[in-house]
Design a protein around this ligand. Structure first.
Ligand SMILES: Nc1ncnc2c1ncn2[C@@H]1O[C@H](COP(=O)(O)OP(=O)(O)O)[C@@H](O)[C@H]1O
Ligand SMILES: [Mg+2]
Length: 182
């Protein structure tokens, strides 16, 4: 019940009215709440989450629902691809790493799954681009995530220079505009 309550609280900003509302909030809380709602799922999928953020608030003036939607789509993709990878390489520890940088407010999101081929760096953001198995393909997650980022004046990109030894890309950067209010 507790986690259902949390989940509803997190998803509430996605309601039609919540989606449109610009407000000032601490990005750290939004990240924590979103991750908390996935706790049981992460446990089930044996996914570790590494979180790195400062002790100071990272206040942004933005639309919560849009940022939640972006994180949800990234998490949903990570779950799928980490599971695929875990199936192939038993013993590998699945990890999602999230860092929050303050200025400009930036969320750096990565997982240690199979990653994305260099040549698909831009293609993955196109509508209906998907490399999932046929029945699970939608190809809208990253397209929508990027739309949400631009709606709030930010950008969502796939980092071209991964530290990944296999050369595949696995780091998304969501950059938000600098907060203009106090
Ligand atoms: N975390 C990830 N690891 C590996 N590949 C990914 C990841 N996230 C996205 N992708 C690639 O980007 C494609 C598009 O993702 P998305 O737009 O969410 O559509 P879908 O999830 O329906 O395939 C995926 O099919 C996959 O090829
Ligand atoms: Mg997806």
């Amino acid at each position: 019940m507790k986690s259902l309550g949390k989940r509803i609280r997190v998803l509430d900003p996605l309601s039609v009215s919540g989606r449109q509302r610009v407000e000032t909030f601490d990005l750290r809380d939004l990240i924590l709440n979103t991750l908390e709602a996935h706790e049981a799922q992460f446990e089930r999928h044996k996914i570790n989450v590494k979180l790195s953020m400062s002790d100071d608030a990272v206040n942004v003036r933005s639309v919560k629902g849009m940022i939640v939607q972006i994180l949800e789509n990234l998490i949903s993709n990570s779950k799928y691809w980490l599971d695929i990878d875990a199936g192939k390489q038993s013993g590998k520890k699945s990890t999602i790493s999230i860092s929050l940088l303050p200025s400009p407010p930036t969320i750096v999101y990565e997982d240690n799954g199979p990653g994305i081929a260099q040549e698909n760096r831009e293609r993955v953001f196109r509508s209906f681009f998907s490399l999932k198995e046929k029945s699970k393909r939608r190809g809208l997650g990253l397209f929508i995530a990027r739309e949400c980022a631009s709606y709030v004046g930010g950008s969502l990109t796939l980092d071209p220079n991964p530290e990944n030894p296999n050369g595949r890309l696995n780091r998304f950067t969501l950059e938000l505009p600098l907060n203009t209010t106090k």
